[in-house]
Design a protein around this ligand. Structure first.
Ligand code: 5GP
Length: 228
């Protein structure tokens, strides 16, 4: 294979094809992971997609079914779970949440990255289910005060819900050491940049690249190692 053959291995942007990765962003509620996730999608475009979970939690006023979650009742959730439709599922704040398997597998095969906004329990289950495809980032707030302010500003949840989420924040944050990377969200754009840097580097991991053996064979053809 000559240079022309090697060009054929490279995609439109002069890059090798690759398998997509599963990017898990976890944090206590209010640390900004949903905002970071949306920003990533704006900036990365087609190459990333957000995994839309199923949940039995009631819809918040500004949420859209199918965009933020697939809202289902307990019986519907149980049916999907029993059918093995979930890659992972967990109970959080008294409601069920789960990640459907099929959309994730087809995106990864197509070379797109799937971003997950799931808690530490889901992250642990995903690690068992997918291993090498998984990259885990934990988002921390700059302080407990900042976290509380963000939860109150969101103002969609009642005071009781804010208090419950604050008391769970400590439990959630204690799981930071199960993650590959930690990003402190003190300033949104900086945090988004940090996450993008991780994503860019992880995309270039040798094991994710497709056609690499052929590509290097094309590059080294005719260049025999020196004798002796
Ligand atoms: P919220 O109700 O505020 O949208 O989410 C509550 C918690 O559930 C968050 O910590 C969120 O990361 C987590 N969560 C959302 N979707 C899933 C999921 O599919 N699986 C798991 N394990 N957790 C989820």
């Amino acid at each position: 294979m000559g240079t022309a053959g090697n060009d054929a291995v490279l995609g439109r942007r002069g890059r090798l094809g690759r398998r997509g990765l599963l990017l898990v962003l976890s944090s206590p509620s209010g640390a900004g992971k949903t905002t970071i996730t949306r920003r990533l999608v704006e900036l990365e475009g087609e190459e990333v997609t957000i995994s839309v979970s199923h949940t039995t939690r009631p819809k918040r006023p500004d949420e859209i079914d199918g965009r933020d979650y697939h809202f289902v009742d307990e019986a519907g959730f149980a049916r999907l779970r029993d059918r093995g439709a979930f890659l992972e599922h967990a109970e959080v704040f008294g409601h069920w949440y789960g990640t459907a398997r099929d959309p994730v597998e087809s995106a990864v095969e197509a070379g797109r990255d799937v971003i997950f906004d799931i808690d530490w329990q889901g992250s642990q289950q995903l690690a068992e289910a997918v291993r090498g495809d998984l990259v885990r980032i934990f988002i921390l707030p700059p302080s407990l005060e900042a976290l509380e302010q963000r939860l109150k500003r969101r103002a969609q949840d009642s005071a009781a819900v804010v208090a419950q989420r604050m008391s769970r924040a400590g439990d959630e944050m204690r799981h930071y050491d199960e993650y590959d990377y930690v990003v402190v969200n003190a300033a949104l754009e900086q945090a988004v940049n940090d996450v993008r840097s991780i994503l860019r580097a992880e995309r270039l991991r040798r094991g994710r690249l497709r056609g690499l053996d052929d590509f290097v064979a094309g590059l080294t053809k005719g260049a025999e190692p020196p004798a002796g």
